[in-house]
Design a protein around this ligand. Structure first.
Ligand SMILES: [Zn+2]
Length: 293
């Protein structure tokens, strides 16, 4: 584990429960629950913040609620697993960057600015290739971590509550067909194939210019689909983890471990390895009585 966990705690097996996310109980109730949690033998609690809740107006970041919970946990010697929900984007961000929505194959945007954490933690969120929304997210992450880094009972940062593009409207080919992503995909193809001749051979196509290349937009039964899906799942998503990881690592003086988790492992795919390469450790939700694949 390439991180500063040992600076904070040694010989520790975290065992805890989720104590805060919006909509939440009043802080006073949470404080009472923390005492019960401690008494029952747990040693950690999970806090899950939401970007839309904590920065309602650009630049006015208010994390007083989570700070109060972290402080109380510290008094009780409870550790904190701190999760970010960056996919729940503030209204002002959508307004300022209208091209930040993820785009489907038919050029329609996935527009769901609903500010309610459940049931999907704000997913699928924005297209992180949009430079505007990316910049705002980096700034927010850095600022929040700087403010919270003094609390030594925080043991880990989580950068994505169940990595993925879901949910999507049914019958679509998935994300993201915005110009930012398509241009990055074309650059990746250029690097992979080196020449258009080679790409045309593999894809069985007749492109005359890199700028003309398009991923499938109607059905998936074509060679280009393989590169397109590989790119979104194994290049785009890991790169998102990387930018969040970097923003946090730079801002935490204790360099605590940074991780993310999936809803369940991608059995039969290399995706989990690609995700984990960009994190200090990697995890999965587990719903033994709910979801079995
Ligand atoms: Zn995009």
């Amino acid at each position: 584990m390439k991180n500063g966990l040992n600076k904070i705690v040694k010989n520790f097996f975290p065992y805890g429960c989720h104590i805060y996310r919006e909509p939440s109980l009043p802080v006073e109730e949470i404080k009472k629950d923390l005492k019960i949690i401690k008494k029952l033998g747990f040693n950690m609690v999970k806090i899950q913040q939401s970007w839309a809740i904590d920065e309602k107006i650009k630049g006015e970041i208010d994390i007083s609620k989570v700070e109060e919970i972290i402080k109380e946990a510290e008094v009780l010697n409870l550790y904190v697993f701190f999760g970010f929900t960056m996919e729940q984007v503030p209204a002002w961000v959508w307004k300022k960057y209208p091209s930040a929505y993820l785009v489907y194959n038919d050029s329609t945007q996935h527009r769901d600015p609903t500010q309610y954490l459940l049931p999907t933690d704000g997913k699928p969120g924005p297209c992180w290739d949009n430079p505007g929304v990316r910049k705002e997210a980096e700034r927010f992450l850095k600022e929040v971590v700087k403010r919270l880094s003094k609390y030594t009972n925080i043991i880990a940062w989580n950068v994505w509550q169940e990595i993925g593009f879901w949910p999507m409207y049914p019958g679509k080919l998935g994300f993201c067909y915005c110009n930012y992503t398509l241009n990055k995909f074309r650059r990746w193809l250029k690097n992979k194939y080196g020449s258009l001749k080679k790409l045309n051979e593999i894809w069985k196509t007749g492109y005359g210019n890199w700028d003309e290349i398009e991923p499938p937009r109607f059905h998936s039964y074509v060679p280009s689909w393989i590169d397109w899906k590989y790119y979104m799942n194994n290049v785009y998503l890991p790169e998102v983890l990387r930018f969040k990881y970097k923003a946090i690592k730079e801002s935490d003086k204790y360099e605590r471990p940074i991780f993310a988790h999936v809803s369940s492992p991608y059995t039969g795919s290399g995706q989990d390895w690609k995700f984990s390469e960009n994190l200090d450790f990697y995890a999965s939700s587990a719903y033994p009585g709910w979801v079995i694949r």
